[in-house]
Write a protein that binds this ligand. Structure first.
Ligand SMILES: Nc1ncnc2c1ncn2[C@@H]1O[C@H](COP(=O)(O)OP(=O)(O)OP(=O)(O)O)[C@@H](O)[C@H]1O
Length: 564
């Protein structure tokens, strides 16, 4: 628990630093005028009843010329106070929304740099939930901080000053003590129930993770008759979450008696002091009215401040999943790193190996890939082919040995600089719900000639031109309006679009018919005089004489004798 809390502290600092980098300073600056207005609003909340009490005393003495002025001032301040309170509320809301916007932008930037492992551990629903809840939590913290905690504190101080002057300093001290007890009990209750609150937040995040897993695989779940299981699983999790919240709420209710007790003591003590003073003629009836109004009014900010502190603590807990993700390791980027210059295009595996957490992975490989032919990586399933490819795509860093690119250690090459020269076709193509053109260019500058050339090289040009809107055809969620082979060919076109110096294909033809795969490979072979091509395959028939083969787990580089 202690380590976790310390981690949270570090997380908050890193989080604040990240927000500063994302332009939070501007948002923070815009909070200042709202804070000033919050102070004005709090002062008015005390000034107005004070004026009213003076008016009553004036009226009790008979009508004086002052009374008209006091009534006018009272009415104006009452109206003005209302306007200022609304301004604080909505300007605070605007600042909070700006802060939420800054958080979303900064978090998105961070996600872009997260390691591949991060996306293995967290699904999109869980990430989105952490982001939305975190932004909402910051929103609550800002709004309550300005509108309730700051206002409440200033109102409290102004009331004390007013009560001290108009009534007695002893009563002011009792009220202050009540405030301290109220806020102290709130803090204590929040601290004591923090464990059950954290458990509820963690359970909530778990629900999101499972929700994302099941909804992401909904068709498969339906097809195996797993909907009852999925529903039950989700319901069990939701009930577990509810149980966590019930424990938290029950514990909080137990603290309510402390608030009640504090209020009884406060009222009893203050009236015990006040009434004898009034009977002795030391206080006017106006003073008693003022005291009563302020005391009742004072209880509100105490309660509101108590709830606000509670909400802020709850919001801090809700920030935790976001903070954890915020702090998760990122790919080491080197700002201003020079572009990678590929000269010979020689890739050397120098005793390269990687072991996953489960002890499996890629064995130590020593081999070389050159231009002039395709270098195939083959081996039985689970031998470590994809793991080796993930080392080449910098999704993983070697556990042992090095990958050298024209003699330079790949670990020392900036990811962005590397991705500018490499084309990657993963084992499972990733498409977004956008057009064919967008799925090929993927945010790179669009060039019609290159787009068409890439589609042609992927044997997709004819098929795309036959589509209703050609390259502007929308492919559906994850490209599901296309066939598996078409999705794979879009991924190939995407890899070729930027004219890469190195091409990495991980079973890129697994969903294609032999003729289409052979056609694409013929085109790729023609590129090998200027492109280093490394490809994983299970179909040994695609290997041609002159190709190089790295067989896992041995990792021996050899020239294939011919088609199998
Ligand atoms: N992220 C991971 N965490 C733990 N183990 C992993 C991870 N990724 C892969 N593995 C394990 O490492 C081993 C090698 O996996 P890899 O995907 O590299 O094999 P492969 O040769 O590409 O297999 P296939 O031919 O079936 O695609 C497998 O046993 C796999 O279970």
């Amino acid at each position: 628990m202690t380590a976790e809390k310390a981690g949270d502290g570090g997380g908050i600092l890193a989080f604040i630093q990240g927000l500063k980098d994302a332009g939070l300073k501007d948002v923070a600056r815009s909070l200042l005028p709202v804070a000033v207005l919050a102070v004005v609003s709090a002062v008015l909340m005390v000034l107005v009843p004070y004026l009213f009490s003076r008016l009553i005393d004036d009226l009790a003495d008979g009508w004086t010329s002052n009374a008209a002025w006091i009534v006018a001032g009272y009415a104006l301040l009452l109206g003005g106070g209302l306007v200022v309170r609304h301004m604080v509320e909505y300007l605070g809301y605007m600042c909070a929304e700006r802060m939420a916007c800054a958080i979303s932008i900064a978090f998105f930037d961070r996600l872009m740099r997260k390691t591949a492992t991060f996306f293995v551990d967290n699904n999109i629903v869980a990430i989105r939930q952490a982001q939305a809840r975190g932004a909402m939590a910051m929103n609550v913290i800002v709004q309550l901080g300005l509108g309730v905690i700051l206002t409440g504190m200033v109102q409290f101080l102004a009331t004390l000053v007013t009560l001290g002057a108009a009534v007695t300093s002893a009563i002011a001290a009792i009220v202050a003590a009540y405030g301290v007890v109220f806020v102290g009990v709130t803090y204590l209750a929040a601290a004591r129930t923090r464990r059950s609150l954290d458990a509820a937040i963690d359970a909530d995040q778990q629900v999101a993770q499972v929700f994302g897993n099941v909804i992401g695989a909904v068709e498969a779940v339906r097809q195996v008759g797993g909907t009852t299981w999925a529903r039950h699983h989700h319901e069990t999790q939701m009930r577990g979450l509810l149980a966590c919240w019930a424990v938290y709420c029950r514990r909080r209710i137990a603290y309510a008696s402390l608030y009640g007790g504090a209020l009884v003591v406060q009222i009893g003590m203050t009236f015990a002091l006040l009434l004898p003073a009034w009977r002795a003629g030391q206080l006017t009836i106006g003073d008693v009215v003022l005291f009563n109004t302020l005391l009742l009014q004072l209880n509100q900010p105490f309660e509101a401040a108590g709830h606000a502190i509670d909400d802020v603590i709850r919001s801090m807990a809700r920030l935790r999943p976001l903070l954890r993700m915020w702090q998760a390791p990122e790919m080491p980027m080197r700002s201003g790193a020079p572009p990678v210059v590929i000269s010979d295009g020689m890739i050397t595996f120098d005793r390269v190996g990687y072991v996953h957490a489960d002890g499996r992975g890629a064995p130590k490989i020593t081999a070389t890939a050159r231009r002039g032919h395709i270098t195939w990586i083959v081996g039985e399933t689970g031998a470590g082919k994809t793991t080796l490819m993930r080392l080449l795509t910098k999704a993983l860093d070697p556990g042992t040995g090095r990958v050298l690119i024209d003699g330079t250690d790949l670990t020392d090459i900036d990811p962005d600089a590397w991705y500018a020269v490499v084309g990657i076709v993963p084992q499972e193509p990733v498409l977004i719900a956008d057009t064919v053109a967008m799925n090929v260019t993927f945010g790179r500058i669009r060039n019609e000639a290159r787009l068409n050339a890439a589609l042609a090289a992927a044997q997709l040009q004819e098929r795309v031109h036959a589509m209703p809107a050609g390259v502007e055809t929308v492919v559906g969620e994850r490209g599901f309006r296309l066939s598996g082979g078409e999705r794979q060919r879009i991924a190939i076109a995407r890899a070729l679009y930027n004219d890469p110096a190195i091409l990495l294909l991980d079973e890129a033809g697994s969903a294609l018919d032999p003729a289409t795969e052979a056609g694409i490979l013929d085109g790729i072979r023609q590129l090998t005089d200027r492109v280093t091509v490394i490809a994983v395959t299970h179909r040994l028939g695609v290997i041609q004489p002159g190709d190089a083969v790295i067989t896992l787990p041995d990792g021996v580089s050899s020239v294939a004798p011919g088609p199998a």
